[in-house]
Design a protein around this ligand. Structure first.
Ligand code: GDP
Length: 139
């Protein structure tokens, strides 16, 4: 059964461009409720750990450098069918392929600097939420 939670990050490109508010508005308008949220910055080591699944990919170094280059907003979000619905809301990895009305269509600038992260499974949503938040930080 599909779970009620997903994990997201507003990436350094979108924070830098002052797009936190616009992106959160799209998440709220789509029916996602904030369970946990923080503004923080990943070290290169922590970014490498978060994206370890991509460590063999050619873009891994660039990804780690980018994701540790500035502050990010990390959040756990709640909605029925959260993972799948949130992936639809953010749109394709490459903004050139993202549909109208998606967050990446509006805010992403490239395949790497694509404004937001969204978990790709219930299992990863749990792992990723636990990476950033303790039980005391969930509401
Ligand atoms: P997502 O699930 O849509 O975020 O995409 P993936 O899981 O395939 O990739 C994770 C993240 O790695 C993406 O969101 C991008 O930020 C980055 N990424 C993926 N492909 C590329 C690429 O070809 N070049 C660069 N620089 N970054 C990439």
């Amino acid at each position: 059964m599909a779970g009620k939670y997903t994990f997201t990050m507003i990436k350094p490109d979108a924070v830098e461009k002052n797009n936190i508010g616009g992106i959160l508005e799209m998440m709220n308008a789509a029916g996602f409720r904030v369970v946990s949220m923080k503004l923080t910055q990943l070290s290169a080591a922590k970014a490498g750990e978060f994206y370890a699944v991509h460590s063999e990919r050619p873009f891994y170094g660039e990804l780690v450098e980018f994701m540790s280059s500035g502050p990010i907003v990390a959040a756990i979000l709640e909605k029925e069918n959260a993972v799948e619905d949130f992936r639809k809301l953010i749109g394709a990895t490459n903004p050139a392929n993202a549909e109208e009305g998606t967050i990446r269509k509006k805010y992403a600038e490239s395949m790497g600097k694509n404004a937001v992260h969204g978990s790709d499974s219930d299992e990863n949503a749990m792992i990723e939420g636990n990476f950033f938040f303790s039980g005391l930080e969930r509401f």
